[in-house]
Design a protein. Structure first.
Length: 275
């Protein structure tokens, strides 16, 4: 019995560590991408008084940025399937006392909405969807005529380091393999423009965020991401606990060296109108 309790405590500890790694990873990604996201939004035809949706809003960082463009009369809805993140978003909103921000807890991977919106923004959502073409068509159908969608997502093929590092290459391979096994695409960013056109969007525009090398603690995005997928790697028996710990340690050592460089994964930004 004592042994079983120790095993359970160890598993709970590993779960907490993995969750903490995932939260820190999301925080880093948000911090890195916010300037690019703001620039992207600033170029969009958002007008005061519009009603928008932030699909996959997470902790509501982008939701609040969007609200600032809408004025006091505009309304923005943030939607996510993670109750923990939605609660954080609601707490932030209470602290900032911003009106006309609504947060909705919903399974966004099976999202279908009867509400229509003037615009829909989505960041790093479609790489989690097994049928992105269907999801993007749902986005199209949820827009008012003349409405528009703005989407940002990743291309892991452009995630790179210097000099070469076996642990980093193995991490990228593990991540893309897990995504394939889940039926999703770690490189969905480069396909977004085509998917927009197939969904019926018009005047489709796309661009890629310029490559950016990370500094200091932000370089740990690689090892944190590897840590966050630890349960999946072990469940699918793609590696052993011992091998995985050694890999994480080697990757952290690489990240800690001042002379090494790790880039941001490729990020595509795509925009299109509903006719």
């Amino acid at each position: 019995m004592k042994y079983n309790n120790q095993v359970m405590m160890l598993e709970e500890y590993k779960t907490k560590i993995t969750s903490a790694a995932d939260r820190r990873r999301q925080q880093i990604i948000s911090e890195i991408l916010i300037p690019f996201t703001k620039s992207f939004i600033q170029q969009m035809p958002i007008k005061k008084g519009m009603h928008g949706l932030d699909l996959g809003c997470g902790t509501g960082v982008t939701t609040m940025i969007l609200k600032n463009f809408l004025g006091s009369e505009g309304v923005i809805t943030g939607m996510d399937s993670n109750a923990f993140l939605i609660n954080i978003a609601r707490e932030k909103n209470q602290q900032n006392e911003m009106s006309n921000i609504n947060y909705k807890l919903q399974n966004i991977l099976e999202w279908k909405d009867d509400q229509t919106y003037d615009f829909i923004y989505s960041g790093l959502f479609f790489n989690r969807v097994s049928n992105p073409a269907y999801a993007l068509r749902q986005v199209y159908n949820s827009l008012t005529p003349g409405g528009f969608a703005m989407v940002e997502d990743l291309d892991f093929t452009q995630f790179q380091c210097f000099p070469n590092c076996y642990a980093f290459d193995q991490f990228v391979d593990f991540y893309t393999t897990i995504k394939k096994m889940q039926g999703t695409d770690a490189n969905i960013g480069k396909r977004l423009g085509q998917l927009f056109s197939q969904a019926g969007f018009e005047k489709v525009q796309e661009r890629m965020v310029p490559p950016k090398f990370l500094k200091n603690s932000n370089k740990h995005i690689a090892s944190l991401t590897l840590e966050s997928i630890r349960p999946l790697l072990l469940k699918e028996k793609l590696t052993t606990p011992t091998e995985l710990m050694a890999l994480i340690f080697e990757l952290q050592e690489f990240e800690n060296q001042k002379s090494t460089m790790i880039s941001l994964p490729g990020v595509y930004q795509v925009f299109g109108y509903r006719n």
